[in-house]
Design a protein around this ligand. Structure first.
Ligand code: ZN
Ligand code: ZN
Length: 431
């Protein structure tokens, strides 16, 4: 079929269970965030492009290659948000959220946009859930932010992650470190790729992001930022590790972990899973104590993380897990012929008033075809309305899985259906 329009490349429609899975992750994580005292925030999908170029960094892949930005009809340069942290800090500063008391603990979920090379499981419109703690530099906040992903993975039954942890230091440590790192990079520049040479000039702290084997070789003996932490940063990092130990969260200090964004300071972390022999980062974050100043605000420490929902779903599928509980229909109401449509409609409305998920036929199909439809919809029961039954004021309930059927009085429909569903829940071990 030669359709005139298709979804933009790398973007997809989420239908039925695909969308339900996304919603289920949103729901699970929202519950967790609220449990930890976070409040939801949503910000516009469009932001001034400068918000991202300034904070993520001109030299980053996101800004250079992946950000959707355009001039609107008024000549303003806008961007589809590629991430959630800078918009939330903008909203915090612009809305004076500080006056509500500190820290502000905020969570979000929604679509993000990056024009990445199309590949399996990577979408140009994808979804993130995430949270930020603004206005506290306590390592307690870092520990809490880190712990939430671990709890979400636990709730979903995937705990085979590796949590990588690093400290990127503050401006003072970074200055001392760069004084050693830059001459080192100069020494090994012959072995660095073109992009690393650009990084070496523009944002040398991000040099370790490169995945090229030759660059990784060249950098294997590079000085590490963790060896240059000032007293304050050293204490912050060791306190964070004490809190994680107390919470029973396993981690590995990875001195090469840099994170691909410019605004991180001190804590950086990533949750990685083995995925088809490769490492897949599903959740990541860190501290960004200088972000507020970059945006022209007063100094505001912050720490946060985001989790890629589509990547999490791919991981769950590969582990044979699904976040979905049974979302199928409870009852399919089937009139034996068109003359019982009105009687069926009244029963359907009663079921829906009783909060029982129910549906009926809209295509005047035969009873046999309606049975097939009910099966396709995952209905647990079919309720048949026919002449003989109508005369005796009963209807027939058919258990599709158990392949048995029985008559019930019309006035008892809700009670009988609920009893059946309750028994089934117990039998299925679904509590
Ligand atoms: Zn420091
Ligand atoms: Zn490189």
């Amino acid at each position: 079929m030669a359709l005139n329009y298709r979804a933009p490349k790398g973007m997809k429609d989420n239908v039925g269970s695909q969308q339900e899975e996304l919603e289920e992750i949103f729901r699970l994580s929202s519950d967790l965030f609220r449990l930890h005292g976070y409040m939801m925030i949503s910000t516009p999908i469009l932001e001034p492009a400068g918000l991202f170029t300034r904070t993520i960094g001109e030299a980053s892949d996101i800004v250079k290659k992946e950000m959707y930005s355009f001039e609107d009809r008024g000549g303003e340069v806008l961007a589809l948000r590629p991430e959630g942290t800078a918009p939330i800090m903008r909203a915090y500063l612009e809305g004076g959220l500080k006056s509500r008391g500190l820290p502000q603990k905020l969570f979000y979920y929604g679509p993000m946009f990056r024009r990445e090379r199309p590949q399996a499981g990577r979408y140009r419109q994808f979804h993130q859930v995430g949270a930020e703690v603004l206005g506290s530099d306590s390592p307690l906040a870092d520990a809490e932010i880190i712990s939430i992903s671990a709890k979400l993975f636990g709730a979903l039954g995937v705990q085979d992650y590796t949590l990588l942890l690093n400290s990127l230091g503050c401006r003072k440590c970074q200055k001392d470190y760069l004084a050693i790192l830059c001459p080192y990079l100069e020494e090994v520049k012959e072995d660095l790729c073109e992009q690393c040479l650009v990084r070496a000039r523009q944002s040398p702290l991000r040099i370790f992001d490169c995945k090229e084997a030759s660059c990784q070789d060249a950098l294997s003996h590079a000085p590490m930022i963790v060896d240059f932490l000032c007293e304050g940063c050293g204490r912050h990092f060791s306190e964070l590790q004490e809190y994680l130990d107390l919470m029973g969260i396993n981690y590995r200090v990875e001195p090469l972990l840099a994170r691909g964004l410019d605004y991180y300071s001190r804590t950086a972390f990533e949750y990685q899973f083995d995925e088809l022999g490769a490492k897949s980062t599903v959740s990541a974050g860190g501290r960004y104590d200088y972000l507020a100043e970059e945006l022209g605000g007063s100094p505001t420490p912050g720490v946060g993380f985001s989790l890629g929902v589509e990547r999490l779903l791919i991981l769950l599928r590969s582990r044979g897990k699904t976040p979905l509980k049974a979302y199928g229909l409870d009852v399919y109401v089937a009139p034996a012929s068109a003359s019982y449509k009105k009687a069926a409609l009244l029963i359907l409305e009663r079921l829906r008033s009783a909060k029982i998920r129910s549906d009926t036929d809209f295509l005047d199909r035969s009873l046999k075809a309606q049975m097939r439809a009910a099966d396709r919809l995952g209905a647990k029961l079919v309720l048949i309305v026919g002449e003989e039954e109508r005369q005796r004021n009963v209807v027939v309930l058919r258990d599709l899985a158990g392949k048995k059927q029985w008559e019930i009085p019309v006035e008892d429909i809700e009670r009988e259906v609920n009893n059946f569903l309750e028994r089934k829940r117990v039998d299925d071990g679904d509590g």
